[in-house]
Design a binder for this molecule. Structure first.
Ligand SMILES: Cc1cc2nc3c(=O)[nH]c(=O)nc-3n(C[C@H](O)[C@H](O)[C@H](O)COP(=O)(O)O)c2cc1C
Length: 165
């Protein structure tokens, strides 16, 4: 079974989450490609997908969002897991990741999972720094790789069930 893990990431935190998911799938014996969403040229080769994105201003990165939207008809008929990486402290209270929920419904994805991300103030551009200065959230790396690997293991269990059908 061939699986594509694709991510939309600006500063690399989400890309590394995708790589961790891909490593778990790979160890479980699946044939896995892991790529930035903007480098994905076609999806026909793959049986299943894990597509994730960093969240900025409540929205997915454009490349990851476009990957889902442009291939929504094909993805509706495949097994797809989505994940979002964000910082609860940067979002407006109770922000519900509206776009991620919309994309989940659009392709009837199996699940949408949310993970805490990382914020390296020094890497940000001037506009981003201004936003972060105003919101003053905790800075640092809040990714929980044990939780990420646990989730990937659940995906493995479900993929094995699909492969056995
Ligand atoms: C300007 C800015 C806006 C952000 N907006 C949100 C947001 O709306 N919701 C959220 O959960 N996280 C938000 N974040 C946090 C990022 O999603 C988080 O830092 C993420 O790990 C970045 O991933 P990346 O390194 O893959 O780009 C924001 C961060 C910045 C710098």
């Amino acid at each position: 079974m061939k699986v594509l893990v694709a991510t939309g990431s600006k500063y690399g935190a989400t890309r590394e989450v995708g790589e961790a998911v891909a490593a778990v799938l790979n160890e479980a014996g699946f044939e896995v490609d892991c790529a930035p969403a903007h480098e994905v040229t076609g999806i026909h080769y793959y049986d299943a997908f894990v597509i994730g994105s960093a969240v900025y201003g409540g929205l997915w990165r454009r490349d990851a969002s476009a990957l889902v939207r442009e291939h929504s008809e094909e993805l509706k008929n495949r097994d797809v897991w989505l994940f979002s990486v964000g910082m609860a402290t940067v979002t407006t209270p109770n922000q519900e990741f509206e776009e991620a929920k919309e994309l989940t419904a659009l392709i009837n994805a199996r699940e949408h999972q949310r993970f805490d991300g990382a914020l390296d103030y020094e890497k940000l551009n001037m506009g981003e720094k201004a936003i972060i200065r105003a919101l003053n959230p905790p800075k640092g790396d809040f990714r929980d790789f044990a939780a990420i690997r646990d989730w990937a293991s659940q995906v493995v269990t479900e993929l094995r069930a699909v492969a056995a059908l």
